[in-house]
Design a protein around this ligand. Structure first.
Ligand code: MN
Ligand code: MN
Length: 326
């Protein structure tokens, strides 16, 4: 038998998952799963980023293994900006004790200096501007409607878990506007944050769809996602969200959701990351295929687990706290 990378990944031993300690609230496990889902979707999707569904079919059949490669020539299990910017933001939130615009901008700037494997154009342009002006808020722009802020909302959703919606919106805009000061980006970010929080709280996905996703589409009809299957989604936040929402609500497992969304190609690491975050929050740790968890780079897995717990613990310790105003 040939021991291909795939077989090795499938047969790799996986630590037995401990049952949650007695008294650990269920949202903690789902929060960890959301963070692992973000990283797994990023690592899985990066292999087929910028490919069309046809190209993926020809090269991989169905792409469902974390193998690395892709245009970034990643090592298997490596993640990209979607996960590493989220981790940078989460660290800043933990250090500051809230979501603060300048702290977020500095964290992103440090992240850029460390030469990440990939970086979006809007992110780069507005971080360079921050370096020059010290102003952590990019000018409002109709054009900056990329998915670069939406892909890194998870630490905000966790840090603000249990807080009023207004607080979550305010906190998100502090981090999002560092690079993406745009109405559609804001609407997408806020919808994702509320969806994650609803799912962590154990809400029924049908209810989450009605309360959050359908509301987004009714307020901003460009986001209507139920008509035509969105394939080859671009980095435009509207395309990204449409593909993610279609996959997320049309599937019934973590694995089916991620396989469906990344095989649509396009900005597949980012659709994978966002879908993985939602699916992790919905299905919890038990829903994550072991071969994917085992394939994820160890240091990334540990950082995601640690940060998810610490952000939720911080949120739990500050029931009345609101993020520091910018
Ligand atoms: Mn990426
Ligand atoms: Mn991407």
């Amino acid at each position: 038998m040939f021991w291909t990378r795939e077989l090795i990944a499938r047969n790799a031993p996986v630590r037995r998952r401990a049952a949650p300690p007695p008294g650990e609230p269920p949202h903690l496990g789902r929060g960890v799963a959301a963070y692992l889902g973000l990283a797994i979707g990023d690592a899985l999707g990066a292999t087929v980023e910028f490919m069309t569904p046809n190209e993926i079919r020809q090269r991989h059949g169905v792409h469902d293994q974390i193998t690395g490669g892709g245009w970034l020539r990643l090592k298997a299990g490596r993640v990209t900006d979607d996960t590493t910017m989220s981790l940078a933001l989460g660290d800043a939130i933990l250090a500051t004790g809230g979501v603060e615009a300048t702290a977020a901008a500095r964290a992103f700037d440090d992240w850029m200096r460390a030469k990440p494997v990939d970086i979006g154009n809007t992110v780069r342009r507005n971080l360079v501007a921050f370096r020059q002006t010290g102003n952590p808020q990019a000018p409002a722009s109709e054009h900056d409607a990329g998915n670069g802020a939406a892909m890194r909302v998870l630490p905000v959703a966790l840090a603000c878990y249990g807080q009023p919606e207004k607080t979550c919106i305010f906190a998100n805009r502090a981090q999002a506007h560092v690079t993406h000061h745009n109405v559609l980006s804001d609407a997408a970010c806020e919808t994702l944050i509320f969806m994650v929080q609803d799912l962590l709280a154990g809400r029924d996905p049908i209810d989450v769809e009605r309360r959050r996703a359908e509301k987004l589409a009714s307020q901003h009809p460009v986001f209507a996602y139920d008509k035509k299957r969105c394939e080859n989604p671009s980095g435009y936040v509207v395309d990204t969200l449409k593909a993610v929402l279609q996959s997320f609500f049309a599937t019934e497992s973590f694995e089916d959701c991620l396989v469906d969304v990344v095989n649509r190609g396009g900005d597949a690491d980012t659709t994978g990351a966002i879908a993985g975050m939602l699916a992790g929050a919905r299905y919890g740790l038990e829903g994550i295929p072991r071969r994917w968890l085992a394939a994820l780079e160890d240091s990334t897995r540990q950082a995601c687990e640690r940060q998810a717990k610490n952000l939720l613990l911080q949120a739990g310790m500050q029931p009345q706290a609101s993020p520091t105003p910018a």
